[in-house]
Design a protein around this ligand. Structure first.
Ligand code: HEC
Length: 178
């Protein structure tokens, strides 16, 4: 959309000063957008991320898995959380997605000088490939939960949930500070 179009459609001829301001603002924004597109290729964006942001991203990702896990546990124990299968399916999808995203959030570390608390142990980055394999059972079993929810099979859902949370503990026992 060029300035002429904005001028013609949005601003009356009686407001020339405002019109010029808007055109300038629009052009400035467009210039910034072009500059940003030129410099922020996806890889560069990750490369520019601060240590604190890396830590926050990986913690937020796992915290969202934990939110879903807690809701599912509460539902299965009959402690008042929704037990409808569509809801249980959505929770499982949140866990599966977090598992899928997790490896990329651990690509860099351990950042011992970062001004952010982390419980990730430095040995993760001694063998990143082995570490991230731990997210595979988490995703596999979360996807079994999704399937079970689709089949409206609560017993299968609960069994897959148990395996999913086993995957959490197994990794935490090895790679996270107590
Ligand atoms: C392959 C390893 C691995 C798996 C699998 C894993 N986690 Fe974690 N988790 C970690 C590590 C490492 C940290 C520490 C991150 C940090 O503090 O920088 C962590 C941190 C957390 C945190 C703390 C986040 C915060 O705010 O500090 C929660 C909550 C959590 N995980 C929940 C889960 C749940 C729930 C699952 C399973 C559904 C799970 N994790 C599966 C490795 C894993």
């Amino acid at each position: 959309m060029g300035p002429h179009r904005i001028e013609d459609t949005m601003i009356g001829r009686s407001l020339p000063a405002m019109r010029m301001t808007l055109i300038k603002t629009t052009l400035a924004a467009a210039t910034l957008a072009v500059a940003a597109a030129g410099t922020l290729a996806p890889a560069a964006a990750q490369g520019d991320k601060s240590p604190e942001q890396w830590i926050q991203d990986r913690q937020d990702n796992l915290a969202s898995a934990a939110a879903a896990t807690k809701s599912v546990a509460c539902a299965l124990k009959g402690e008042g959380c929704p037990r409808a299968f569509d809801y249980l399916g959505l929770q499982a999808r949140a866990i599966a997605h977090a598992a899928r995203m997790a490896p990329q959030h651990f690509q860099e570390g351990p950042f011992p000088d970062a001004e952010a608390d982390t419980t990730a142990l430095p040995k993760i980055w001694d063998d990143y490939d082995t570490f991230v394999q731990g997210f595979e059972p988490m995703e596999t079993h979360a996807r079994e939960m999704i399937q079970a929810a689709q089949n409206e099979d609560l017993q299968a859902y609960a069994a897959a949930f148990k395996k999913t949370t086993d995957a959490c503990s197994e990794c935490h026992d090895t790679y996270r500070e107590d």
